[in-house]
Ligand binder design. Structure first.
Ligand SMILES: [Zn+2]
Length: 99
């Protein structure tokens, strides 16, 4: 369920780096209670895995990945990053579909 996307380098905001996007998916878990099977639904967290270095500023994939993760410590910044990545993810997916 992962797909390859391009995201903006968060250091220089000019280079495009390749990342694997693991979308949020609906999963089920079954549990038994009082002789009945209960199915629970839950969403997995979506995440990005940076797989290429920035061609513009030369930041390593690991550094970009780390910075993305550090951004998650700040809820406001995380929201902004995730919103932006989400928009880009959708945008790039749409472009790929057209091709
Ligand atoms: Zn860069």
């Amino acid at each position: 369920m992962k797909e390859k996307v391009e995201i903006e380098c968060i250091f220089c905001k000019k280079g495009k780096v390749n990342a694997l996007f693991y979308p949020s998916i609906l999963q089920t878990s079954k549990s038994r209670a009082a002789g009945r099977t209960i199915t629970k639904y839950y969403m997995t967290k979506e995440r990005y895995e940076v797989i290429s270095d920035c061609p513009n500023c030369g930041k390593k994939a690991k550094e970009i990945q780390k910075a993305l993760q550090e951004g998650k410590n700040d809820p406001e910044r995380e929201k902004k990053i995730m919103d932006r990545l989400k928009q880009q993810g959708i945008m790039f997916r749409e472009i790929k579909r057209k091709i």
